[in-house]
Design a protein around this ligand. Structure first.
Ligand SMILES: *[C@@H]1O[C@H](CO)[C@@H](O)[C@H](O)[C@H]1NC(C)=O
Ligand SMILES: *[C@@H]1O[C@H](CO)[C@@H](O)[C@H](O)[C@H]1NC(C)=O
Ligand SMILES: *[C@@H]1O[C@H](CO)[C@@H](O)[C@H](O)[C@H]1NC(C)=O
Ligand SMILES: *[C@@H]1O[C@H](CO)[C@@H](O)[C@H](O)[C@H]1NC(C)=O
Length: 500
């Protein structure tokens, strides 16, 4: 019998008992791992054990791929019209909305994000993503290409086949939605690996996938470690595409494994060190609010976090003072407290890594203008931390910290800021704050980033593509663009003449 996760919530914002199977989800059933191993699930708010889930092995990946192949050939793929696939995706969106409170509570418990944010953002946006791709499922088609009277040429957009998807721990539920939505809309079947740190909400989703009525084997979810399950997916000969969200380092190894095995298609959504640029003609009050949100939302655990803030020299001192005052109003604490904005970091490993960067910044001579310490005495909480007096070559300016740590620096003019902003191997996101439309759009045009926000930050939309320039990734998620990364184009050429 596969293990079950049970938890009783008892908070003003949510109370109730949840209980669901946490085995491996293969061919529509929850099963034990072939080696009988379990993975501990910890609560990041206090470091304590909250449950155990089944751990998959390489042999389990083979089983899941076999189930996904059978489903692709017999009950999904080209066998099910887009209209039917769309209906199931929309039904899944509705079920997610019906289960929003329980899903948000599980996410808050497992990941540490605030319950209110998990509900209004992670869960709600995930339902929106499934509904959006449900709408696309019957609107995918190729073209007739008119060449000359002797030939009839057309294209069809076919699903790729079995796709592997590896998702991170920062938005466990939403990353599952970003990955599954377009893959299923296009008719692919999936083997998905959640992060071993935050497995619960994806396992909850499995029940809803069955309830919505997806044929068994269309979605298979395997918990396990990157070094075993992730590696097995990346090098599997039966998987024709792999999509990964996570660090640039791991992205590189996935691409190598794909190259060394069957040249499966690869899309990657990787790290960032995104510049957030404040011109002196910006609405300062608004810029400060968005800058704090752009950095500290999700405890700084966003690949697109605005972690390098550049402020025009003439307003720099004033900005720093007002920014510090605003950041001090952000409440750090229990994810189930209604006022909480920032909860704990996800794990001890991340906590140690972030504290290491803070120490490094101090040693390198940067000034801690705010924070810099652990918050409280248990769990993985870190104070929102602001560094000033930084130099471009410092590690805290160059490397992705993935925690609540921001660096503030000055710039003189447009040329100077474009140069400083571009001084990075990453190119995921950027933002420009200015009340001058020409300035904002001219700078947006010159920035090397997959997303540029103007006068806000961290706003995502199912219709708008997301992905990276440079070492921040390959391919796009969300929007119509993501569909292209889950389809093969077939060109059919028909002979209409007797001439050679
Ligand atoms: C910044 O952009 C310029 C082109 O505008 C390019 O030559 C340079 O290599 C870029 N620098 C980095 C670090 O990407
Ligand atoms: C607005 O920005 C453009 C482009 O940078 C600049 O040429 C112009 O002088 C600015 N306008 C004002 C009123 O500052
Ligand atoms: C992803 O789709 C885009 C079109 O949106 C295409 O240009 C690109 O080559 C695709 N990349 C991969 C890795 O499939
Ligand atoms: C193309 O089709 C015609 C009949 O429609 C046939 O006579 C001709 O041989 C075909 N051409 C080739 C190259 O097969």
């Amino acid at each position: 019998m596969a293990p079950t996760f049970s938890h009783t919530f008892n908070h003003p914002s949510y109370s109730g008992k949840v209980s669901f199977p946490v085995g491996l989800f293969i061919d529509g059933k929850f099963v034990d791992g072939s080696e009988g191993k379990l993975i501990d699930v910890l609560n990041p708010s206090n470091g304590k054990l909250i449950g155990q889930i089944a751990e998959a092995s390489k042999a389990d990946v083979d089983k899941a791929v076999a189930a996904a192949h059978t489903a692709f050939n017999e009950s999904w793929g080209l066998k099910v019209p887009g209209f039917e696939r769309g209906k199931l995706l929309i039904r899944l969106a509705e079920l997610i909305e019906e289960h929003a409170d329980a899903l948000a509570a599980v996410e808050a418990l497992d990941n540490g994000k605030a319950f209110a944010i998990a509900k209004s953002f992670d869960v709600t946006e995930s339902a929106a993503v499934f509904r959006y791709y449900g709408g696309w499922a019957d609107k995918l088609h190729g073209k007739v290409i008119e060449t000359n009277p002797t030939k009839f040429g057309y294209t069809t957009h076919e699903p790729i086949g079995v796709v592997g998807q590896i998702i991170p721990w920062n938005f466990p539920f939403m990353m599952a939605a970003w990955k599954l939505g377009p893959a299923l809309a296009c008719g692919n079947t999936v083997v998905l690996k959640p992060s071993e740190f935050t497995p619960l909400s994806a396992l909850y989703l499995c029940q809803l996938i069955n309830e919505a009525g997806f044929p068994h084997g269309v979605v298979n979810i395997l918990n396990g470690y990157g070094s075993t399950v992730g590696a097995a997916i990346a090098e599997h000969m039966g998987i024709e595409k792999v999509a990964f969200t996570g660090s640039t380092l791991v992205g590189r190894s996935i691409m190598k494994a794909a190259a060394n095995s069957n040249l499966k298609k690869v899309t990657l959504e990787l790290g960032g060190k995104s510049p957030n640029i404040i011109f002196d003609d910006a609405d300062i009050e608004q810029a400060i609010r968005w800058t704090a949100f752009g950095m500290f939302f999700n405890h700084g655990q966003c690949c697109c976090a605005g972690s390098r803030v550049y402020v025009q020299a003439s307003i720099y001192d004033k900005f720093v003072e007002q920014f510090k005052a605003h950041v001090q109003t952000l409440k750090v604490g229990d994810p189930f407290d209604k006022e909480t904005f920032q909860g704990p970091q996800v794990s001890q490993i991340q906590f140690d890594r972030i504290m290491g960067y803070i120490e490094h910044g101090k040693e390198a001579g940067a000034t801690v203008a705010l924070g810099g310490k652990r918050h409280g005495t248990e769990g993985y909480f870190i104070e929102p931390t602001v560094f000033t007096d930084v130099k471009p070559e410092m590690k805290i300016v160059q490397e992705e910290i993935f925690g609540p740590v921001v660096v503030l620096a000055k710039f003189e003019d447009e040329d100077d800021i474009v140069h400083q902003a571009n001084d990075t191997v990453y190119g995921l996101a950027a933002a420009v704050f200015s009340s001058n439309v020409s300035r904002a759009l001219t700078v947006a045009q010159r920035l090397r980033a997959g997303t540029v926000w103007v006068n806000h930050y961290n706003k995502l939309h199912p219709q708008i593509p997301f992905g990276g320039f440079k070492q921040s990734g390959i391919g796009r998620e969300l929007g119509k663009y993501a569909l292209a990364n889950y389809t093969n184009v077939k060109a059919v050429q028909v002979n209409l003449t007797d001439k050679l």
